[in-house]
Design a protein around this ligand. Structure first.
Ligand code: GLN
Length: 473
């Protein structure tokens, strides 16, 4: 990255870089609310330490002095970590998440913790207990979610890099809405040690950046084995930065019919978004890719399966917030009444909805009909995608059905919010990597994102294709 190169060479001071970005945040974040907390003091101290090491002739990392925004569902030692929930009020983690630690080692300077939908449940950042984040391109619109704060931070120029988590689209969808690059790695490619769990079979941490090379640099730092995460892949070697110039000549690219407005596909895809996706496909074909349409019939079932699997896992993961172990406690005459009072006061309406949905889907008598059925759909999708990848290297689709919508327009009916994830969810259910790259704007002038999907472990491939789209747009 440019900043890191200049800082390492002693041409720019990391402290000056960080101060410039902190100034921008001070000016505009009161309006946008990308951050739950700005850690200006520790950021300046870290930057000064990097400058001192450069002066002393010591080596600094590949992201030296680059300001970073960290989603507030990742643990930061001694620094409040809220998940944008009242239930974690006052809690300070005793340790750093592995990604936070790796990024610090690489020289990135965290300037704060970014807003999200409470416990990462949502697609607009409106479900935050601390108020919504606004889209830097048009503050009357949402930035997407749940990593809306990190995406908005990058789009506003507050930080060149952001970290998000993606359970059903929470990196890619806000990246698309904010006109930045966002990538969900293969399940297990990036350590989740210190990520507060939402749905453990789906959650992944990934990069958000202003451009593809920034996202690749960030990915290469955070990916790779971590003994502290039992789902971490043993020998994953990230190579995203190395393949950015390889082009797409001869690459077999499939356009997923069901996610691209084809008959029998998902309803509600906007015409302008589909037009940009079609133009992206033309760019890839012109660059020498072998493009063909392909049907992945089960992809349309992802939405229903996800909204059973994710709440089921969430209902179990969120059982730990009992008023004893973390954060908020509202007292009651007995222990169960204390727990009930704590959870009633601490969780917002969307989180409660998910816990109830998940508990219901797992309950005796309904398990087979709901959770069991969803798992079968998940297996079917894995088989479908495996078959398709026999003939294709990557797949493309729009990232989202529409561009960013106005605040307040989808909070009343949860289903209108859930359909945002229709194109992103398949990659979470299969555990495959996928990237969203900005490609033009919609009729409303708002950014459009195009998604590139690849089979497991082929994360680098998504960056390679995204680089071609970025160069053309
Ligand atoms: N929008 C989806 C949900 O509400 C996905 C969220 C996420 O990826 N964390 O569950």
């Amino acid at each position: 990255m440019e900043i890191a190169a200049a800082v390492s060479a002693g041409e720019r001071s990391a402290l000056e870089v960080v101060d410039e970005h902190l100034d921008l945040i001070a000016q505009r974040d009161p309006e946008l609310h990308a951050f739950n907390l700005v850690t200006a003091e520790s950021a300046r101290a870290e930057a000064a330490a990097i400058d001192a090491r450069v002066s002393a002739g010591e080596a600094v990392g590949p992201l030296a002095g680059v300001p970073l925004a960290v989603k507030d569902n990742m643990c930061t030692k001694g620094v409040p970590t809220t998940c944008s929930s009242k239930i974690l009020e006052g809690w300070r983690p005793p340790y750093d998440a592995t990604v936070v630690e790796r990024l610090r080692q690489a020289g990135a300077v965290s300037v704060g913790k970014t807003n999200l939908d409470e416990f990462a449940m949502g697609s607009s950042t409106e479900h935050s207990a601390f108020g919504p984040t606004r889209n830097p391109h048009d503050p009357s619109r949402v930035p997407g979610g749940s990593s809306g704060g990190s995406a908005a931070s990058v789009a506003a120029g507050f930080t060149p890099l952001g970290i998000g988590s993606d359970t059903g689209g929470s990196i890619r969808q806000p990246a698309a809405f904010c006109g930045v690059v966002g990538m969900k790695p293969t399940y297990g490619a990036v350590s989740r040690y210190g990520l507060i769990a939402f749905a453990s079979s789906l959650d992944q941490i990934g990069p958000i950046a202003a451009d593809v090379s920034g996202a690749a640099a960030l990915f290469d730092v955070i990916a790779g084995h971590d003994p502290l995460d039992s789902t971490s892949i043993g020998d994953f070697a990230p190579t995203a930065s190395a393949v950015l110039d390889e082009g797409v000549e001869g690459l077999r690219i499939g356009v997923v019919k069901e996610l691209s407005g084809g008959p029998g596909g998902v309803p509600g895809l906007a015409v302008d978004v589909l037009a940009r996706a079609a133009e992206a496909v033309e760019v890839l074909a012109a660059a020498g890719a072998l493009v063909d349409e392909v049907s992945v019939p089960s992809s349309t079932l992802g939405l229903s399966a996800y909204y059973l699997v994710a709440p089921a896992e969430a209902s179990s993961n969120l059982a730990r917030y009992d008023g004893v172990r973390y954060g908020l406690r509202v007292d009651g005459p007995t222990s169960p009444e204390m727990t009930t009072a704590t959870r009633t006061a601490g969780f917002g309406p969307e989180v409660k909805r998910r816990i109830m949905l998940g508990t219901y889907a797992l309950s005796a008598g309904y398990y087979d009909a709901f959770y069991g059925k969803a798992l079968k759909v998940r297996t079917m999708m894995l088989n479908d995608f495996a078959r398709v990848y026999e003939n294709f290297d990557v797949l493309v689709s729009p990232t989202t059905p529409t561009t960013a919508f106005e605040l307040g327009t989808r909070t009343q009916d949860p289903l209108t919010m859930y359909v945002n994830d229709v194109c992103t969810i398949p990659s979470n259910l299969t555990g495959h990597p996928a990237i969203s790259v900005p490609f033009g704007v919609g009729d409303d002038g708002m950014p459009v994102g195009v998604q590139v999907l690849a089979p497991a472990l082929h994360d680098a491939q998504t960056f390679r294709v995204a680089a071609v789209l970025e160069a053309a747009s």
